[in-house]
Design a protein around this ligand. Structure first.
Ligand SMILES: Nc1nc2c(ncn2[C@@H]2O[C@H](COP(=O)(O)OP(=O)(O)OP(=O)(O)O)[C@@H](O)[C@H]2O)c(=O)[nH]1
Ligand SMILES: [Mg+2]
Length: 199
């Protein structure tokens, strides 16, 4: 069982991206996927959307899965493994959970060993100017652990913004891929899927 963590600040587009890419990830990789979503927020998805793809949803109560619900999160992962035995488990932590602590929490996982754990960090291109002022340190933490960095809502910004973001993020992410994506017009969603599945 592999794990992909989709991390990013509140409202940065995590759930929308999961909805738009999970079917393709499942097709491309021929994988059975389980998803842990911390909070469906106002996007109004329910299990049925996922079940269309033969996927199951395990919703956790509100709150930060990596800290307050640490043991609970591990139990959920274990339960998913035992009951569903998927090839891949996708985790969307709440926007306040930093991916570093989730990775640390996973070190306490005592189930059968996981294959790979990858972290996808989602960075909101619209709110980028505010984020680098108000959330600088947590943002840097996120960037450092990213295996793939997605610049989301690319449909709402211009090329200059995307280039500026890439320049800002590059020293933190090193040679990891940085991909602008839009869940609204579909830009680069396939590229993201290929990058994730091909890695
Ligand atoms: N323009 C545009 N809006 C987007 C895109 N992706 C998501 N949104 C919007 O951004 C808002 C937040 O999207 P979510 O997918 O709920 O974000 P999230 O990161 O899951 O949010 P939390 O789980 O609450 O942290 C919604 O109103 C989406 O419609 C995108 O690619 N382009
Ligand atoms: Mg969400």
């Amino acid at each position: 069982m592999d794990m992909v963590i989709i991390a990013g600040f509140l409202g940065s587009g995590k759930t929308t991206l999961i909805l738009n890419s999970i079917g393709r990830i499942s097709e491309r990789a021929g994988k059975r996927i389980a998803i842990i979503v911390n909070d469906f927020g106002n996007i109004g998805i329910d299990g049925k959307v996922m079940e269309k793809y033969g996927l199951k949803v395990q919703e956790l109560p509100r709150g930060c899965i990596c800290c307050t619900l640490g043991p609970n999160f591990l139990e959920t992962v274990r339960m998913i493994h035992d009951k569903m035995n998927p090839d891949l488990i996708v985790v969307e932590p709440s926007g306040i959970a930093d991916p570093d602590s989730i990775l640390a929490t996973m070190e306490h996982y005592r189930g059968p060993p996981l294959g790979s754990i990858k972290t996808v960090v989602v960075l909101d291109a619209v709110r980028f100017p505010i984020l680098i002022q108000a959330m600088k340190n947590p943002l840097h933490l996120q960037l450092r652990v990213a295996d793939i960095l997605l610049l989301t809502k690319s449909d709402e910004v211009d090329e200059t913004r995307l280039r500026m973001m890439e320049e800002y993020a590059r020293p933190f992410v090193g040679d990891k891929p940085i991909i602008p994506v839009s869940s609204v017009n579909g830009t680069n969603v396939d590229k993201f899927v290929e990058t994730l599945v091909g890695q």
